[in-house]
Each structure stands twice: as C-alpha cells, then as structure tokens.
Write a protein that binds this ligand. Sequence first.
Ligand code: SAH
Length: 366
Amino acid sequence: MALAGFCEDKINLLNLDREGIQAFVQKHGGKPFHGRILLKWIHKHGVTDFDAMTDLSRQLRGRLSEVAQIRLPLIVLEQPSLDGTHKWVLELECGNRIETVFIPESGRGTLCVSSQVGCALSCSFCSTARQGFNRNLTSGEILGQLWIAVHQLGKPVTNVVLMGMGEPLANLEAVIAATDIMQDDLAYMLSKYRVTVSTAGLVPALQRLGEVSDVSLAVSLHAPDNALRDQLVPINQKYPLEQLIPACRAYLGKDRRRKVTWEYVMLEGVNDSDHQAKQLIRLLEGTPSKVNLIPFNSFPGGGYRSSSQERIDEFRRRLIRAGIVTLTRKTRGDDIDAACGQLVGRVRDRSRRAANSPFPARVTTP
Ligand code: SAH
C-alpha cells in the first residue's frame, strides 16, 4: 500500500461523510445512491480500487478514478505484542507518524485511535505530550486507522476509543465526521455505546459535541481537586472542575443508561491516598460515573512511579464501597510501548515544546 503514484490533487474519499460522498458523486455524473454504494465498498468491504466496484457503471468508475482516490496512511511498522495487542506505526502524507493500537479481549476487540500528530496539552505524566504538537489529523486519517485494523488485520473491531495520540476535542470537526462514519450502517455500524471520545476536559468543545453527536464520553480526571489537577492536567487552569463536571453531566442528558468514564492514572504518593479517594467520591456525587484506574506506565524521563497493586486495590475498594463502578485497567502491550500514554509516533514538533523540554523526545523507528 505504497503512497507512490498517488496524486494529492485528487480528492481523498476517506475524508467524506455520507452526505459529502453523495454530493461528490452527484457532481461527477452519478446519483446520491451511487455515493452510498461507494461508501459501502470503501468502508464495509475495504475496496480501494474503483474497477472492483462492479455495481457502478464503467463510465462512473472511470470518472471517479480521474478525480478521486482512497488514500490510506502508510504502514511503516506493525508490532504484535505477546498479549495479543497489535500496534501500528503509520506514516501520514506529511511524513509525520502516529500510532494505533488494537487490544483484543474476550468477546471484544478495541481499537485505540489517534486524533492528532502529537498533542498540544502538556499533561505532566504523558509521553505523547513530550513530543510536542504538529497538526490535527483529517477525518480520513482518523478513519484510515480503523480501515487498516478491520481490513488489513482482519480482526473484528467491536469498540473504538479515541485514546491514542492527541486531544480529540481539539480536533472536533474531524472527530465528529470520523465518528459519524464509524456509526454509519453502510460503514462500521458501531453503536454510540461502542465509540468513545476521551478528553482532558475542553469544556466548550464538549458542549458542542453534545449538540451534534452522542458518542460515549471518557474524561481524563486524574485528580480530585483543582490544585492537583492544575499541575497534572494543565488545561484544568482554563476549565476547572466546577465547569467540567456540570458539562459532563449535561453531556449525558436524559439517557439513564449512560455514565461518564473517568480515567484516573495512579501515581504513587501524588493522587492515590485514602483521603483523595474520599475527595473523588464526593466530587462524583450526583454524576452517573464509572471510574477506570490506570496504573501509570513509565517512559524515559517520566518522573513518576505507579502506585503499588495494593494501593490501587485499596483505592478501588473505597470507590466501590461508595457505590461507584470502578475497574482497574489492565496494562496491555507494555512490551511494545503500546500502553496508555506511551504512544509517541514521530512528530515534527511545531510547538517547540519538545525542544524546550529537558527530556529527550523518544522516537519509534522501524
Ligand atoms: N487527550 C485525551 C486522549 C488521550 S487518552 C485525554 O486526555 O483523554 C490517553 C489516556 O491515557 C488518558 O487518560 C491519559 O491521561 C492516560 N495516560 C497518559 N499518559 C499515561 C501514562 N504514562 N500512564 C498511564 N496512563 C496515561
């Protein structure tokens, strides 16, 4: 699947949603239903060659191949992990690299997808943050990751989480377009309960997401009070907990089946005390919640240590006793640096944060 021979003047159909593809086909002599057929070929059947789309007329196929392409990110590295996790390093047209991870579990397969090249938020415990930031992914680049997992690896993807590199809500329009296709009957048919956007807490973008989408919501909380969260997740200085929590509650709306998934990375001596468990319980009171405790995954220069298993268990017991559904996330794909917060890709940093950082940026090379 080389990029050679691809002409960037041609429109990349991966970037078009259902309406967009219908309008595009109409513009080039087809009918809207031809657009729907095209969508199905691309996403459901994984076909990228117009000639193979035999239920479109030869004339329309010819016209489409003149003006359009289906351009996928280039796979530069595939790493299967000992535990079945599978990581891809994908190169984009601009030479930047992103990472995508498939995590099999009994009865389901979760794909962890990136939404940006690097990340502009500076969460202190995340290695993606150390890479700096280059740009947003297009919706086609976000979807391309799912396309590759489904049609290249051939594994059933039952869930998608936007928990890879980047802050999805800082790339809202592309994320909305991509998650719409993930849910489309002509494409991946994932229900709203199986597509999850994870955010560090961009409140206005969350409100906008709620107006146009109903994907599931995960929030990187990591601290039970503003003082600590300001340090760990600095975007909290702009959108503190008293704005974030009500915005999450509003996002759930009237759907009683829904809960916010709170991600809470367990950092030894930082956010894992009994007192902090109590504060967390109080903070989440009145919000339908599920807590995911994440053992901290280390990386060079990370500067934190994970809480011990005993501490995590005790923290979890306290939340459960207060009636909060609490899981400890299993660390998966650690041997291939595919665990939470370990995705780094190769980012041509434009924020110059990496250059200013005392920590060397780590680059995954094939
Ligand atoms: N920017 C979004 C999407 C990234 S999701 C967000 O913040 O939610 C990745 C998840 O892994 C987040 O909850 C993040 O806080 C967590 N994470 C980051 N670095 C980590 C590390 N070193 N160990 C464990 N979890 C980490």
